[in-house]
Structure formats: C-alpha cells, structure tokens
Design a protein around this ligand. Structure first.
Ligand code: D41
Length: 679
C-alpha cells in the first residue's frame, strides 16, 4: 500500500517532535509540553503506523521504550528489568483490569490488592550487599540505567546501612525519589533570585538533581525517597504477599509510604482512589495517581507481564494537571492594595478536573520572565485549589508579529497613574481608596470569613454596594439600611434581614480579627494575632513606634514600617474611628500566659494531625503562650509531626530539634499542665 504524501509528512513531523520532546524531558530535565500532549503525539504516531505499517522506521520513537541512558555516568544493567506501569484513567478501566486478572487466574472470586499513592518523582534502584548500600541506579529504559551511587548517598531517607540482624545477603530495592512541594518551591525561589534556571515541576527537579555530576549539588537539594518493591533478593525467602514485602522493607529501615493499604477487589481499589484524591493536596509531595498491585506474589508470578508492564499492577491516574491552551488576551486586575496583577484570558481548557479560562501571571517580572504574548500556546497548570497558572510558552508555536505585553501607565479601573517602586516586582494604582477596585477589594477583605466574618457579604454584593455609592469605606457597612438593600438587584426582604443581622453580629469580634480586617500590608492573621497578644489594646498599637513594634515576636523592620505607616495615615485613623463609633468591640485579650510548658517556645508543625486541624493546633499553641513558625531552624524548640510528615521532620533531625508526636503535643496543651497564671 502506498502512503499518501500527507500521511508521510505528518509521520515525519510527529517523529521529529517526539524525539525533540524526549530530549527535553530525559536529557535536559526541562520538558516543554505537558505529559498529556506528549501522550497524544505518541498515540497519533502509533495509530498512523498501525494504519500504514510501511511508515514504521527502525528509529521511530514508537520502536523503543524510554530513553537511552546518557553516557555521562556509568551504565548499570538491571539484572531483573525495571518494568513500567500500565495506566488507567477511569473507574471502568480498573474494573476491566480486575476482571481480566480474575479470569486469567481461573475465574477466582476476589483479589486482594495493595494500594499506594503514585509518587510523581523518578524511579530508582538501590543495591544493598550484606546490608550496605553499594550502588544506586536510575531506571533508564528499564534494562539499563545510570550509575548515580554518589548522588543517592546524599539522600537522607536512603539508608547507607540496613537495620536489623536478618538483612539479606543481596537486596535490590526499587522506589521513587521525589522532591517535596515545599522544597521545590524554595529551590525555585532561590534559583529565581539568582537568575538561575528554574525547574518546571518537582518531578523534573528530582530527576535533574539525581543526575548532577557534583554530589554536593545533589546534597543541597531536598530529595526524599519511598520504596515500593524489590528486584533481586538473596539470602532471604521472597514473601508471599506484596504487603509483607513492604513490611520487610520497613523493618530493614527503608521508607515505605504510610498511606499503603491492602484493599479487596475493584471496589476496594476505587474507594482508595477516592479517599486519596481527597487528601492529595494536603500531602507534602506531588502524586499523580495511585497504584494497585495484586497482593499475592504467587498470583503475580502466574499473571506475568505483557511487553514491559506486569499484568498484576496498574496505575490509576488523576486527571492531568497540565494542559496546552492559547492565550487570547492579557488583562490587569487591581487588588486591595492597588497591586496590578496580569491575568491571562485563555481558550477554555480542561485541566485538573475543571474547565479553566483564566490564569494568573502574578506580576510584571513573572510576565517578563515567561514572556507570555497574545496568541501564544502555553502550558497551564491547575493543582488542587490553587489559582491556575501559566507554566511556560511554546516558542515554536508563537504566531508571527507578536508584541510583548506592556504594563498600562494608567489604572484600568480608575485611570490614576500606575507606579512601580524601584526594585519592586509589583506595580500599583496610585488612586488609593478613590479607586473603586481598591475599595471593593478592601471591603471584601474586611468582610471575609477570617476577618470580620460577615456572612452573605460576598464579592457580587460588594460590587453592587460600591457601585450604588452606598459603601465607600468599611464603616459604611454598619450604616446600611433595609431600604438601601432591598432596592438592590436580587435582594429580597428576607435576604436583607439576614444580612443586617450578620452585620450586627460582626460588631462583636476580637482585636486580632479587627487588625487583620484592616488590611494593613504585610499583616496576615498570624502577625495580627502577635500584635493583639503583645499590646492588648488598640491604642497602644496605633501609637507604637517602629522600635516598639519590632519588640513583638515575629515582627521585623519591614512589617513594623508598614504598620507604623498605616496608623499614621489620617484617612486610616478616620476609618478606625468610624468603625469604633459603629459599635465594633472586642474583649481585651488575656495577658500572655506565663510559666506554661509552652511559654516562649517555638513550634513548627508538619504532617496531618488527627484530633485537630493545623489551624486549630496553631491557635492552641499560641493561646498557651507558644510561638508557631512556618519553617524549622536552629531556634525551633519543637517540631510536631503528624501523619506523613514532610521535610521539616528530617530537618529537625539534622538540627537536633526535639520531635513531638500528636499525643505529646496534646499532653503539653492539657489544662493541668497549663498553669494560667496572670502576669
Ligand atoms: O510511586 C510510584 N511512582 C510507583 C512506581 C509505585 N508506587 N509503584 C510502582 N510499581 C512498579 C512495578 C509494579 C512495576 C514494580 C512504580 C513503578 N513500577 C514504576 N515507576 C516507574 C516506572 C515504573
């Protein structure tokens, strides 16, 4: 059969594109396109080749699996190949997978599976001889990988020596090396400040870090590892269940996911999938799905493998979090402090399980760095509840004659001059509260749940109230009348009554909430709480100079300057007087408890707690006189570890900071220990 010229061209195009993306991904650790797009290209080529077999060339990317190891490192041949995992994207594919396995095993009723998160990192093989780590290798193409022993040795959670007296003579373990989300953010932030290359996601950061030529560089990257299986094993019997394999690994001191469970049948798998999807974004690391493995190793042996994937395991993937789309326009939004945020209007794309049509570009520096232009094809990412963002532009798909996006010289809302302070990334509208956008945003913040908590006073209503001229400053909220409200669109008698009741109720508040509600730059909830506990009365805060403010724990010169500047502004003083005159009040905070076990102690929290949320834990520690920080340093007194702790625990270990479990924290917080003596 002759191949139509069009098909021939497309085939060549696809081969070239796939080869190039393979190179970006495997050699440079900097993919340009999302995995979903790569998979589409590969599938398109596969189906073309299926229809026109003459199109297949020996060097077609469909004819090999994975990338060849790059020769910078020694090559390691895997004695047992490192298999790949088949993927499933829907419940029905899992039901089919389970049914096929049961049929193959002779129509058995039910199969037990181990289920575990699928870490989004890079696969690794570690070889232990007589309990000593002798070699680490990447997966490579499954048959041979790269020798990265020198780098693996720098990963704290990869033990150099196995624990226990019954360690096998020879053990080859397999696992996934990953970079926790927080470590990835911090790493990229530092790279950005130094003008160095950023990694597009934690997976490439992990793969790239593992393949550094200088192990000191790898050591400086926050890498961690979870182990999920064994390859070679000598000197110990191979357990009969996958679950037991993992227990052995744990016993030998190898880190196994605490989220691993044994489940029954396809329904057990699907339940695990849904449970994991719910907690996914609270985990300190990225996962892109879950993996099910037939628990019985006897069954595994009988099921065998097809091409390079076992028939006894499957990855059930979450919806892709990255997709390609086109930028239709860039607009500027004005926030509470006047900051102009560039927002890209996008061709709607389905990503992370929802349709996305806007993505933030954060600020002008970010816009410049990514050089996003109208008409560009871009990779967008939506992870959990975070605002969708543009990851990168595909330069080869840029249309001709595009121009960089310019910062407007006037505020798009009020027309006031836009100013950008020297060295600052943020450009601001100079209109202050005469700018309707700033008014709306500052009122929205004032009424929000964690501030004055006025239920029912949301963005839409605030827009109407500001536009109707009923509300200019927060104090005006307390002067709203039933009549003013009922003349608004979609506002009935009942809703108006309800809103007025909510407004009335918000008069009784706390000093910390009130301070936070004022929307002082750099004063978040935690700083507001520190200010309230330290000064106890509003007047003292309003009068405090920068030195007095800096005496508050966690307040540095920058925050002190912002607080001082805020209270010195006559306009802000008027707003506060109006609010107090409207009847806003709060109990004077109790003096800071002295002499509890927590007094003057600094805590950091990591992992998921069982009996309380992290917010609650923080609040209770503060109430009891302790301090809470977001990061661990040598000044930290305690790190509280919940389920699945992040890198903070490892850091605590390195710094010798005392680690508390949830029970120990609860004991410290228990009333009989907290002698609440007044000062
Ligand atoms: O967390 C993972 N990324 C993960 C990867 C996992 N939990 N289990 C895995 N199990 C396997 C088999 C069943 C083939 C031993 C895997 C992988 N493989 C895997 N990782 C990279 C390629 C294959």
């Amino acid at each position: 059969m002759s191949i139509p010229a069009k098909v021939h061209r497309r085939g060549a195009e696809l081969r070239e594109a796939i080869d190039r993306h393979n190179y970006f991904y495997h050699v440079l650790d900097a993919p340009e396109i999302p995995d979903a797009e790569y998979d589409r290209l590969l599938r398109e080529l596969e189906s073309l080749e299926q229809e026109f077999p003459a199109l297949i060339t020996p060097d077609s990317p469909t004819q090999r699996v994975g990338a060849e190891p790059v020769s910078r490192f020694g090559v390691v041949r895997h004695h047992l190949p490192m298999l790949s995992l088949a993927n499933a994207f829907s419940d029905s594919e899992i039901v089919d997978f389970d049914r096929r396995a049961r049929t193959r095993l002779g129509d058995i009723d039910e199969i037990d599976y181990t289920a575990e998160p699928k870490l989004d990192g890079t696969a690794i093989s570690l070889l232990y001889e007589n309990g000593k780590l002798v070699r680490g290798a990447t997966r490579g193409n499954g048959e041979a990988g790269e020798d990265v022993t020198h780098n693996v040795r720098t990963i704290a959670s990869a033990p150099l020596v196995l624990r226990g007296s019954d360690v096998p003579r020879r053990l080859e373990v397999r696992g996934e090396v990953y970079m926790p989300k927080a470590g990835f953010e911090a790493f990229n932030e530092r790279a950005r400040q130094r003008g160095e290359k950023l990694f597009v996601n934690p997976r490439n950061a992990a793969a790239g870090s593992l393949r550094q030529l200088d192990p000191r560089l790898t050591a400086s990257r926050p890498l961690e590892v979870f182990f999920y299986g064994i390859g070679e094993l000598e000197g110990t019997a191979h357990p009969e269940r996958q679950g037991a394999v993992l227990e052995n690994l744990r016993k030998w001191g190898l880190r196994v996911s605490p989220l691993m469970r044994t489940v029954r049948g396809a329904s057990g798998c699907l339940e695990y999938y849904r449970d994991t999807a719910l907690v996914r974004h609270e985990l300190p690391y990225e996962i892109d799905g879950v993996v099910y493995k037939v628990d019985s190793t006897e069954y595994q042996r009988r099921l065998g493998q097809v091409s390079r994937a076992p028939r006894w395991a499957i990855a059930h993937k979450f919806p892709a979090q990255e997709e390609l789309t086109i930028v239709r326009g860039v607009e500027f939004q004005v926030g509470r402090t006047g900051a102009l945020t560039p927002v890209a209007r996008l061709e709607p794309a389905f990503v992370g399980g929802v349709t996305v049509s806007n993505a933030t570009l954060h600020n002008m520096d970010e816009l410049r760095r990514k050089d996003v232009r109208i008409g560009d094809t871009v990779v967008i990412r939506r992870a959990g509840d975070v605002i969708p963002e543009i990851v990168n532009v595909l330069p080869e798909r840029r249309p001709k004659k595009t121009r960089p996006v310019k910062l407007p010289s006037r505020c798009p809302i009020c027309g006031a001059d836009v100013v950008r302070a020297e060295g600052e990334a943020v450009a601001r509208c100079s209109g202050g509260l005469s700018c309707p956008a700033q008014r709306k945003e500052s009122i929205r913040h004032f009424a929000s749940r964690r501030a004055m908590d006025i239920e029912g006073l949301g963005s839409k209503l605030i827009n109407q109230l500001v536009e109707a001229g009923h509300v200019r400053t927060p104090g005006d909220i307390y002067k709203l009348t039933h009549e003013q409200l009922t003349t608004l669109e979609r506002m009935g008698e009942k809703s108006a009554d309800k809103l007025l009741a909510a407004i009335a109720q918000s008069r009784k508040t706390t000093l910390a909430r009130f301070l936070y509600a004022l929307g002082i730059s750099e004063v978040g909830e935690s700083t507001a709480t520190s200010l309230a506990t330290h000064f106890r009365v509003l007047d003292a805060i309003m009068e405090a100079d920068e030195a007095a403010l800096q005496a508050v724990p966690d307040i540095g010169p920058v925050v002190a300057r912002h607080v001082r500047a805020f209270f010195q502004q006559p306009h802000n003083q008027e707003v506060i007087q109006a609010l107090l005159a409207a009847g806003i009040h709060w109990p004077t905070p109790a003096p800071k408890p002295k002499g509890t076990p927590l007094t003057e102690k600094t805590f950091a929290l990591t992992g998921t707690l069982e009996s309380m949320t992290r917010q609650e834990a923080k609040a209770r520690i503060r109430e009891a006189g302790g301090r809470v920080t977001e990061s661990v340093s040598a000044k930290t007194d305690f790190v509280v570890c919940g389920e699945d702790p992040g890198s903070k625990r490892d850091k605590a270990g390195r710094l010798g900071v005392q680690i508390l479990d949830e029970a120990a924290l609860a004991a410290m917080l228990a009333p009989q220990n907290g002698k609440h003596k007044s000062a």
